[in-house]
Structure formats: C-alpha cells, structure tokens
Write a protein that binds this ligand. Sequence first.
Ligand SMILES: [Fe+2]
Ligand SMILES: [Fe+2]
Length: 203
Amino acid sequence: MDFRPDRYSAFLTPLMMPRRHQHSLGVMRVMGDLSEVYDLDTAQAMTAGLLHDAARDLPLDDLLALAREARIAFSHPAEAHPIYLHAPVGAYLVKKDAGISDPSVLRAIAAHSHVDPADDSDGMLTQCLRAADVLAPISDWKGMARLKSLAYAGRMEEAALLHAGWLVEHFQNEGIPVHPHLHDTVRRLSAKLGPTEAFFERW
Ligand SMILES: [Fe+2]
Ligand SMILES: [Fe+2]
C-alpha cells in the first residue's frame, strides 16, 4: 500500500479543526517512527495515524446518528461518550468516504479509544496508534517523555500499562466514564509486569 498524506486532505479538512489536523499529522509522523521500531508496515501505520481522529470534532448528535447508520453495537454504556465513540465512527467514515479498505487500518482506528481490547492479531498496530496519539498531543503533558522513552525503545507493553494507568487517572479527574477495558488492561499488564510505584513516575 502506498501512502500520500495529501490524498486525504479533501476528506479531513472539512471534518476537523486546524489544531486537530496538526495533531493528526503529528500522530502520522510518530507512527512512521514506531513502524520501524515494531516492524510494522509503514504506510499502514502512517495511514492509521493520519486518519485516526476523523470523527473527533463531530458533534455528539452526528456521532450518534453515524453510529446508528453504521450499526455500531455498544458493549458498554460509556461508549456513547464522544471520547470513545469517535473511534468506531471515525473508522466507518474512513471506510465510507476516504476509500480505506485495509481491515488492519480500520480496526486500529476503531479500537484506538479502547472500545476494543486490542489483543488480537492487529494488536500492535492499535497499541502503537494509542501511544502515538498521546505522543503528538495538542498540548504537552507531564509524563510524555517517560512514555516516549518506553515506546521508542520497543517496550510497548510497559508503555501500554503507563498509558492505560494514566488515562484512568485523567478520566477520573475529568469526570469522564472509565471504560472497563481500561481497567482490564491495567489489571492484566500489572499482573504480568509487576510494576513498582516508581514505574508510574511522570517525567
Ligand atoms: Fe482519538
Ligand atoms: Fe488523537
């Protein structure tokens, strides 16, 4: 699959605010880097990065209408929140309007908001997308350098635990519902990796 970012400008520009477009280009570049670290198809990784937030700036009513149109099944009530819903709806738009048919790319976009556990064969593409998403933020946050050091060193499981742990904390602080998949990820990876308290230190 070849990849030309400008091919998707006409699709993305009407959908997103300029800051989101900048974020998407940043995620695309981080995905290019991570594709080399994790031996992923670079064009696939960069496509997922560029298009992952196609539905992030849509109003909730539009997201819900598109979810109905796409027959997206909710597995938990939290998924009606835009922070989760934009991912599967985005994958639907990317397939319908941007001509993307690669199931791995569509699956990573749909799963990047944790509505899917990402433990299938496409898991690494999805996990890289989740990491890239917070490594190319609209504004800097404390902990980014720590997460980047793990993700770029090929230590994706540790990066995924940090990411999920911090996301739970952030959602709780902001009053955003925490999807049970996030708690599951923290539990599963904590049991496997046995992190000390220092593991979650932010820098
Ligand atoms: Fe997103
Ligand atoms: Fe994003």
